[in-house]
Design a protein around this ligand. Structure first.
Ligand code: GLU
Length: 552
């Protein structure tokens, strides 16, 4: 046995499988030409950032539009950052917004797909087999440097303004002999396994990023850690092995990883893998005091995906917004294709912005209002109920208690050419429906100020006489108008404006008094439709109550 093989056996005596075995176990995928295989690979840190959802959406869309595969891999190699139920939180975040995976983790423990395990902590023997193969080729070695030694190196490099890390003269164990390694291991010394980087300081590498374009950087010369003291891999190494074995074609990830690409390309090369295409997404930015900064987990509640679930943004609205952020030509496409399914849009990775997309909650809310205005009453009912079940028990009970009534409320002014846009998120619904439910309604005295109480009482008394709960929609306004004219109000605002002294007000004022009496509000959807849903008994009772209130 030559010394590299001996070293490999010393370090990995119980690793018997070889890279060739894994190549066979995870064969290339049988997909059509151009199919993108990509993944969302978060750490289970207990927080799903809106930027993560954005990345997952891009990845999913890229895979779907090419008949490829989108999978979820959990990168839990950093045990310090992990929290309990971290995986469930990610799975829920993706589920809430309809980002379905083809393969990968479905819960803390379940997964689907033939390229797993999809959790890195379950893949240790695989990584070790590949590190073993690198040791056999003299491309990796055990490093016994202590924390103190590493600190010393760091301080020296800082003082001398040198590139930080282990390389050249700092790589103390680069040429360690099998004998020495054996001795140290027998002494109980801990070690990591490092790459023996063949890079040189005067060489540069070039690669093409699908978003950022051609990028040139110095070649990697660092003997980076491949396996940590506990035998688990670093992010860099796990990335190379996993994305190769899971047959990823496109690594789509945050651009904080660009600086690591030289390490990654070197690893792919040394392991004999074909490198994937890199697609680095710029972070989502937020405008602040005229400048821009990253959307921050610490400062912005809307950085957490859970915020959108709790507020009740429907997934269709979130998709619309994410696509708007992803491809700047989407908004024009949407204007030209109002009723088309979002999936008909030709998404392009290379049309993504090089600078970070700008996050705008007002715009998202507008998009959401628009989206909700296109839904039918049935859909609104289903979505609100589902949201309320988890977020507003009182509302949930009212909605399920009388489904027909709730659907009738949501049907008001829906399906018109110009639908109303009163609801932006499901948390707006309680207020929106409040005057339809005794349990929610808190009558406000919101009458306009241009009429006296006596005038308003007179209007309501007269209206009670002409009100017909079975009246037809087209008769509603003429009835109010005739009544208004009889009482000395102008039949249209225009006429009133011409001769304000001739009238007490105009028909709009009269209708307004009825509206406030019935709903407590000055601004509502179509009053006739509202009264139909409330029914004659409630309408009459409310008018009586209003009269009492005005008399008091
Ligand atoms: N686990 C890495 C992260 O959370 C994933 C980066 C990648 O997608 O390769 O940032």
């Amino acid at each position: 046995m030559d010394s590299f093989n001996e070293m490999a056996e010393l370090l990995f005596a119980d690793i018997t499988k070889t890279p060739a075995d894994y190549e066979e176990e995870y064969p290339p995928r049988n997909l059509e030409e151009g199919a993108i295989v990509t993944r969302f690979a978060p750490s289970p840190t207990g927080f799903l950032h809106f930027g993560g959802l954005f990345a997952a959406f891009i990845e999913k869309t890229a895979a779907k539009t090419t008949n490829g595969i989108f999978y979820l891999r959990i990168e839990d190699t950093d045990k310090k950052r992990e929290v309990e139920n971290g995986v469930s939180l990610i799975v829920k975040g993706l589920n809430d917004f309809g980002i379905e995976i083809d393969e990968g983790m479905l819960s803390e423990t379940e997964e689907k797909g033939a390229y797993g395990p999809y959790t890195q902590s379950k893949r240790t023997p695989i990584y070790q087999a590949y590190v073993k193969s690198l040791v056999q080729k003299g491309l990796a070695y055990p490093c016994f440097m202590s924390e103190d030694e590493l600190n010393e190196v760091r301080q020296r490099q800082e003082a001398d303004k040198l590139l930080p890390g282990i390389y050249g003269e700092f790589a103390k164990y680069r040429d360690i002999t099998v004998e020495e390694a054996k001795q140290r291991i027998e002494n109980g010394e801990e070690y990591v396994v490092r790459l023996k980087s063949p890079g040189s300081a005067d060489k540069r590498i070039k690669f093409k990023d699908a978003i950022k374009g051609e990028i040139e950087m110095p070649e990697n010369i660092l003997d980076v850690v491949l396996l940590k003291k506990d035998g688990t891999p670093t992010y860099h190494f796990a990335h190379a092995v996993d994305d190769h074995l899971m047959r990823t074609t496109h690594v789509i990830r945050g651009d904080e990883w660009i600086s690591s690409v030289p390490i990654h390309l070197q690893l792919f090369y040394l392991l004999g893998f074909k490198a994937p295409k890199y697609v680095h997404i710029s972070p989502i930015m937020k405008e602040e005091n005229g400048g821009k900064r990253k959307l921050s987990k610490r400062k912005d509640p809307e950085a957490a995906v859970s915020y959108y679930s709790e507020q009740g943004f429907p997934k269709g609205a979130i998709w619309e917004y994410l696509m708007t952020l992803a491809n700047s030509n989407y908004e024009d496409w949407r204007l030209a294709n109002k009723d088309a399914d979002i999936e008909e849009f030709k998404f392009a990775l290379n049309k993504m912005s090089k600078a970070g997309a700008l996050f705008d909650l007002v715009k998202l809310t507008d998009i959401s209002k628009n989206y909700i205005s296109t839904l039918n009453a049935e859909e609104v009912y289903e979505m609100v109920t589902e949201w309320a079940q988890a977020n507003n028990e009182k509302l949930y009970d009212l909605l399920v208690n009388d489904e027909e009534y709730a659907k009738a409320i949501f049907a008001i002014e829906r399906g018109n050419a110009k639908p109303r846009k009163d609801i932006g998120t499901w948390s707006d619904v309680e207020n929106y429906v409040s005057y339809f439910y005794r349990e929610l309604w808190d009558r406000k005295r919101d009458f306009a100020e241009n009429l006296t109480n006596e005038d308003m009482i007179e209007i309501l008394e007269r209206y009670k006489e002409v009100y017909d709960e079975n009246g037809a929609a087209e008769d509603w306004f003429p009835t109010v108008r005739d009544m208004a004219v009889e009482m000395g109000y102008a039949k249209a605002p225009k006429e009133y404006k011409k001769n304000p002294d001739d009238y007490k007000g105009h028909v709009g004022d009269v209708a307004g008094v009825i509206r406030v009496a019935v709903t407590g509000r000055r601004n509502t959807p179509d009053l006739y439709e509202i009264m139909q849903v409330l029914g004659g008994e409630v309408v009459t009772k409310r008018i009586d109550e209003a009269i009492d209130l005005l008399r008091a």
